[in-house]
Design a protein. Sequence first.
Length: 363
Amino acid sequence: MYKNLAAALAAACFFLPAFSQTAPKADPLKIGFVYVAPITDAGWVRQHESGRKAVEAALAGKVKTTYVENVAEGADAERVIRDLAQQGNKLIFTPSFGYMEPTMKVARDFPDVKFESITGYKTAPNVATANARYYEGRYLAGVAAGRMTKTNVAGYVAGFPIPEVLQGINAFTLGMRSVNPKAQVKVVWLDVWFDPPKERDAAMALFNQDADVIAFHTGSTAVMAAAQERGKMAVAYHSDMRKVAPDAQIVAVTHQWGGYYTERARAVIDGTWKSGNVWGGVKEGLIRVGDFGPKVPKAVQDEVLARQQDIAAGKVKPFQAAAEVRDNEGHVVIPKGQNLSDEQILNMNWLVEGVQGRVARRG
């Protein structure tokens, strides 16, 4: 009996190390985010902050995220991005067009760090780019605005005349005029992305010029608040803004970054991350239109949602012309029956017929 017990104890001792030697737990992937404006309840930065939180929820225990907010584009951005790389972040998201060059510069010095330049277009072995087809949402919002306007005049508060913004203005106008051929869109350029007082003043000026519905491509909720104050209608951008404009909001064009950010973080963890260029829209889940306000009849809501499904299915393309499309200087920009290529959309430098405003031609 004792002999058997001794043998059993010896066997137990022999196997003990196998139970005590567990595989070392991998350190969480450190991920950094850089934000171009302060984190607010809604807006461009809010959607990326929601994306960061989505990554933490989906990959709990596998990631450790950090962010720096209100970082100016240019030299300040380069300093912050470099600091994040030096702090051991192995994946860094830089979601602003003006962060592209600083991202490229830092990436050259940190080849073992992966960078995601959101809205940028330059890539490198350790730099990927991603953007959303915001114009798809703009077209759908234009359909809603075209149905809702009484004055046939919409306003548009815009930051800078870069292709992304021009795409949005043109798609919005084409969406409006697809249901309301008399519609006109008046644009005010701000030459800044985030300046709430300036955004508000521009909105008020447009309301004083007969606009009864307004859209915007800036970073705050000031335009929505102005519409609420004046009893006008507005299209929310980036986020659902009914909290700020419960009566004014007719629809929201929202950006959904959580899925993409989680997928890219998982790829770094799995060792499958590769540089590339993603440009996704409604079909890919990066853009969504909805969050209708109380003023919008169900028939209009159903029409907008049906067109959204058509865009997802490839049946509707905002820059495909059933009839000839001209710019607001009279030049044919989309021949009848044709669809603009991605390259043509990405290099857009014109404003469509129906837009009151001008943009300096490039190239």
